[in-house]
Ligand binder design. Sequence first.
Ligand SMILES: [Zn+2]
Length: 279
Amino acid sequence: MLVRVVKMRWIRLLAVALLLATPLVADCDGTPRGGRARSAGAHPSALPGAGPSATSSPSASPSPGVYADRLPRFDKAPPAVRTAGAVEDGGLPWVARVPTDQRVAFITIDDGWVKHPEAAELLREAHVPVTLFLTINAISDNPGYFRTLQDLGAVIEAHTITHNKLTGLSYDAQRREICGSADQLGELYGQRPTLFRPPFGEKDATTLRAARDCGMKAAFFWKESVNQGNVWYQEVKVVQPGDIILMHFRDQFVEDFIAALRGIKAAGLTPARLEDYFS
Ligand SMILES: [Zn+2]
């Protein structure tokens, strides 16, 4: 009897494993990431609001745009008041909320494994600044995808080569991950990153020193994260001025991006360019 139960359980586990087909990998906030990179040519016909004209071809995207009725509109961000930030562990400022009274928040999008075909159209229509913390191993199969986003105003920053956890690694090992990714991104996109986010948002004192020595100006955590079309708040359930919002290049890019914008809008804030505060 017991043998039979155990056997059934194994069969069930095997079925689930086959169903998933791909291994679950953790995103940088630790939540599991299923599925594999989606080709930029595939069209998510199941997504509401994504019309047949929304492809990667610019001429096929008529104004006012397929997302016009789903995207909140914002006032232009005020001129940035720069901050040096408080240096931590003799390294760099470690920032989850930019110290500012300005009515702004910051959208950051990490990794790059899933290259959703609608991301470019969303950026084109939303007209908001975003910062992309890209992992070299995630983007190397299609760096051009992110060049398109860069052309639409996204700024590309560093997020290591391998996305391995940095904490506990030697200075040299951390430096290789951080400097190496910044160098390669600089070559790929014509501008070497000056901002850094460690994988999983995990750092130690060595991370901040290595990042500083790699030419970074600040390293970032977050106050809100977006997943499955929902904003997850760490504190009160409203975005605060200066908050860093984390999302990922995931299959739910459309829902996540719109949820981030709506969260910012509901708080009476405007998306601003993170680089303007730390350059
Ligand atoms: Zn990450």
